[in-house]
Design a protein around this ligand. Sequence first.
Ligand code: ATP
Length: 310
Amino acid sequence: MIISVTMNPSVDISYPLENFKLDTVNRVTNTTKTAGGKGLNVARVLQQTGANVLASGMIGGHLGEFIQTELENKKIQHDFFTINGQTRNCIAILHEGKQTEILEQGPVISEDEAEVFLAYFADLIEGADILSFSGSLPAGLSDDYYEKMITLCNEQGKLVVLDSSGTVLQKVLASKAKPLLIKPNIEELAALLGKPIENNLESLKHVLSSSLFNGIEWIVVSMGADGAFAKHFDTFYQVTIPQIDVINPVGSGDATVAGLTQALEMKQNDEDVLKHGNVLGMLNAQEKRTGHVNMQNYQALVDQIQVKEV
Ligand code: ATP
């Protein structure tokens, strides 16, 4: 089983408006409200591929209940830890071809909740082969909280795919806790190293050989329409993808994480791991709704992806 963890999920509200008027009333007729958060996208994609996936993390209040009902409607198994705080709303106002976002910070986790969650999590992971952790941590949890969670997984021999950024990711990299795979995009990689990344093979090889990544078996750098660049132990791969008609690429990184995690669970070879991750990212980019993939287009796309050792 794959467990997809979202520590700070949200209800994502979309308000499409022809014109967004400031300092007055805007009326919306076509509102959509969906269970959001990167790990929930991962779970949604995995469910569509037929994987045995369980969504987990921290959840609270009536928006937390809404998320769980949404997951049940989609027949996605879930097991969340209930907190006292309220799960957040994230609002996207779509106007004049632009997207203005209002993101609530979300609940503040108490010290007590932080401690009890770790005990709950240690029990939960017994049933998993591999876990993916996606996104940021809610307020109240220390920056080394993923490190603590990964340590629990390492102790039980459970594999971890980590898709996070900033200080939380830095803390993990500097620690003894080792995820099997991390998937930064180019911007996240640049932020991690504190300098811009040149998109050429030699420079990417040099960057991924940094001691910062010691002990991390897989690094997959996703590059949008340019595919991906990866390092597995000491082998480097360039992943070239065909040009596609893109409808909405938001969440393609999450779909890629879903694919990488599933292929690693199935112990696929390096080429197939990278192809499966990229094809799910591309399939997500071809759909309007984030976290949706049309598996009927899978084979046609996968046949056009090239993975080359470089
Ligand atoms: P997000 O944060 O929106 O989830 P990300 O920045 O983490 O995305 P990307 O690198 O944009 O991740 O996308 C992941 C993968 O999805 C890419 O490696 C590629 O395979 C596919 N993909 C994304 N955007 C496109 C695109 N415009 N055309 C073709 N494939 C795409």
